[in-house]
Design a protein around this ligand. Structure first.
Ligand code: SF4
Length: 231
């Protein structure tokens, strides 16, 4: 399955745009209950306006809220961003720390966010258990657990540490493009022959192919047509 995922998504990556580790932390906070695409629409102006932790700590709340309003829950997110800036200034000299145990003490930064930051900004292997990751690994029978932290540890036992970050990206890509929550595209899935949940969605290629989303669609369907899936 790992090889099939690698063939399907060789270049899987974090879909949030960012420059600095601080930018990434801000983008991940904004991505709660919001698509990465929407976040990427607001961050260029945001990152141009707020460049340092001190900028967020001293932000004018109304202005900040207006900039991030399209991402939803903007009042809570503004509070988190201002709190993040203040905590970084007070405790970490304005820099984002590179350790999980420090990151999770920051406002708005849970374990999932911290793992994304570690993997992307610091090159530390991490497993990111978001809604897609949890759903898919349960469908594959890798674990039956629901709690994201327990899922993270269970999958971490199965997969070499060096592969954790890319695995996370590829699983999340597969969840967004093929293995949807309600109607997975089983008949157009490169994992079909190995997946114990094959049949949760349409198994016919033509019907399933219509459910595949994203820029890699042509590549994914070609892989399946080459014999990657049972049909
Ligand atoms: S076969 Fe179906 S359930 Fe299994 S990974 Fe593919 S799309 Fe998801």
């Amino acid at each position: 399955m790992l090889r099939s995922l690698e063939a399907a998504f060789p270049d899987a990556h974090c879909e949030l745009d960012f420059g600095t580790p601080l930018d990434l932390a801000v983008a991940v906070i904004l991505s709660a209950q919001c698509t990465d695409k929407r976040v990427n629409e607001v961050t260029p102006a945001l990152f141009a306006r707020y460049r340092t932790a001190a900028d967020y700590a001293g932000a004018d709340r109304a202005e900040l809220e207006e900039l991030i309003r399209p991402t939803g829950f903007f009042r809570n997110k503004a509070t988190a961003l201002m709190g993040l800036g203040a905590a970084l200034v007070e405790r970490f000299d304005g820099e984002l720390p590179g350790r999980l145990k420090d990151l999770v003490t920051l406002p708005g930064v849970g374990r999932k966010t911290a793992n994304v930051i570690l993997g992307e900004a610091f090159g530390v292997p991490g497993i990111t258990v978001d809604t897609h990751f949890g759903r898919l690994v349960r469908r594959w029978g890798w674990t039956e657990l629901e709690d994201p932290v327990k899922v993270e540890h269970a999958v971490g036992e199965l997969i070499p540490r060096k592969d954790w970050t890319m695995l996370s990206h590829r699983v999340i890509f597969h969840g967004r493009r093929v293995c949807h929550a309600r109607k997975p595209a089983c008949g157009a899935c490169v994992l079909a022959k190995d997946c114990p949940s094959f049949g949760e969605g349409p198994t016919g290629f033509v019907e399933a192919a219509k459910l595949v989303r994203g820029p890699e669609t042509e590549h994914l369907l070609a892989l399946v047509a080459d014999g990657g899936a049972a049909r």
